[in-house]
Design a protein around this ligand. Structure first.
Ligand SMILES: Cc1cc2nc3c(=O)[nH]c(=O)nc-3n(C[C@H](O)[C@H](O)[C@H](O)COP(=O)(O)OP(=O)(O)OC[C@H]3O[C@@H](n4cnc5c(N)ncnc54)[C@H](O)[C@@H]3O)c2cc1C
Length: 438
């Protein structure tokens, strides 16, 4: 094939997340005419979202403008557009900004929070799946401290200062540790003991252990470390209902709290159900081992959105999404050349979770790291993968301030996303509900 052979071949990539971004770059390098459509004009680095919610990083430090990523690639066009449907017979993607025609399509719209049908969870729990949700949770936590400092009612104060995190996976433990450190250091200094003593961080996990997907030793270490930091870990604690001022557990216990942060799971995005394509487990798009959707060899899906039936499960992580996105791009190139696609083979890059300053767990095959060595590995990986030189620099300086001075500079309750998508700093009534994704 000559250079420029694919310049008339239109590939649409839906989603500028990990899968979409890497696929688009590979496709552009091969000379395809690529259009990337995303409802947001930026790429989000989700592994650090919990730090936004814990007042450690600003939202713009974990996001990067999509047009900036693609600036040096003239054959990638970006469309800020929400994907709403698909007409596979006409080969057009439907969006709120009109139709986009394709020869090949890669669907990579990620995932959304799975509340598992728990009554009240959608209405009253704070999700941690979008930048808006991260900011809303941060505003809410800081507002709880402000309200607690002003109330004379001990019961109301205790509920304001009890923070429950639901889900003992990596995000749950990372947020529990970061929140505990925020409270113990900066907030105790800001509010004094009168304003912050008695603040509780509770981590509720329905299963019998933390960190599924990590080795037993790493999970035990993480739990022990969090307990020493003062996190109240409840294993076998199944949440059955959430209300504005309490969380109900299986067995009848009711926890009085104004904060339920939900990190218990994700599912396929709602848009997937409207494509007329086969769905697999968890509302995700079914794909073959070539990442093609059954019956439509020209439509691929990758990342959190895709699930291959009959194949070993692939974790819903950034490295897996990147690998799938790149394999889908490679297979599109092979099909365009008239060659057969290659099956996707997942390469396990290991697992990592950080509990706090200088403390993490990491597993790479048979190698397990805990404590400072794991934290340094975590730091290296996250700085290396964070997009944008400025973001890396600012994140590093924020972590250095936290590490050496126990200081967090992002403790502002700024106008931003509020309950129900309203804007403005939260007022007293805003304590009753979370932000909804915009
Ligand atoms: C809080 C949190 C912490 C995490 N921590 C880690 C971690 O430490 N390590 C790790 O490996 N993984 C982590 N993950 C998981 C990881 O972020 C995901 O597996 C990864 O982002 C999946 O990549 P993706 O490309 O499939 O989707 P995403 O990165 O979610 O990208 C999907 C894109 O699609 C866009 N989109 C969605 N719907 C539409 C629509 N209808 N129209 C247009 N655009 C749309 C979104 O705006 C987004 O840009 C974490 C996830 C979360 C939420």
């Amino acid at each position: 094939m000559t250079a420029g052979a694919f310049s008339q071949t239109r590939v649409v990539v839906a989603g500028a997340g990990f899968a979409g971004l890497f696929a688009a770059k590979d496709l552009a390098a091969k000379g395809f005419a690529v259009t990337v459509a995303d409802k947001r004009n930026y790429h989000t680095f989700f592994p650090l979202l919990y730090q936004v919610a814990a007042a450690e990083l600003e939202p713009e430090q974990i996001a990067y403008p999509a047009r900036g990523v693609f600036r040096s690639r003239p054959n990638i066009a970006f469309a800020m557009a929400e994907v709403t449907g698909l007409d596979a017979s006409r080969r057009v993607l439907t969006t709120d900004a009109g139709e986009i025609a394709y020869d090949y399509l890669l669907l990579a719209l990620g995932s959304e929070t799975n509340y598992f049908g728990v009554p009240g969870a959608r209405e009253h729990a704070f999700g941690l799946k979008t930048l808006n949700e991260g900011v809303a949770l941060r505003n809410h936590i800081l507002t709880c401290f402000e309200r607690a400092a002003l109330t004379a009612d001990p019961a109301a104060r205790a509920a304001l200062l009890t923070f429950t995190i639901i889900g003992g996976g990596a995000t749950g433990i990372e947020y529990a540790g970061a929140l505990r450190e925020l409270i113990k250091g900066p907030l105790t200094r800001d509010y004094g003991c009168a304003g912050s003593c008695g603040a509780k961080v509770m981590l509720l996990e329905a299963g019998s252990r933390l960190l599924p997907g990590f080795g037993d030793k790493l999970a035990a270490y993480a739990g022990e470390r969090l307990r020493r930091m003062g996190v109240d870990i409840r294993l076998g604690a199944k949440v059955t209902r959430i209300e504005a001022d309490c969380v109900h557990l299986d067995g009848g216990e009711i926890l009085k709290t104004r904060t339920a942060a939900w990190t218990a799971g994700v599912r396929g995005p709602a848009a997937a159900a409207g494509f007329g394509l086969e769905l697999g487990a968890g509302g995700r798009l079914a794909v073959t081992r070539y990442l093609q959707t059954p019956g439509h060899p020209e439509i691929f899906a990758a990342g959190d959105m895709a699930v291959a039936a009959g194949q070993p499960p692939i974790p819903m992580t950034a490295p897996a999404a990147i690998q799938e996105g790149r394999q889908a791009a490679r297979n599109i190139e092979l099909l365009a050349r008239g060659e057969p696609p290659e099956p996707f083979a997942y390469r396990d890059k290991g697992v990592m979770a950080v509990m706090g300053r200088g403390s993490a767990v990491a597993g790479f095959g048979r190698v397990s790291l805990t404590g400072l060595s794991a934290w340094l590995a975590w730091l290296f990986v996250h700085v290396a993968w964070l997009i944008g030189f400025r973001n890396r620099l600012v994140a590093l300086s924020a972590w250095a301030a936290d590490f050496f001075f126990f200081e967090r500079s992002v403790r502002l309750i700024l106008p931003g996303p509020g309950p129900g998508g309203r804007t403005g700093a939260p007022g007293p009534s805003d304590l009753s509900g979370p932000d909804r994704p915009v």
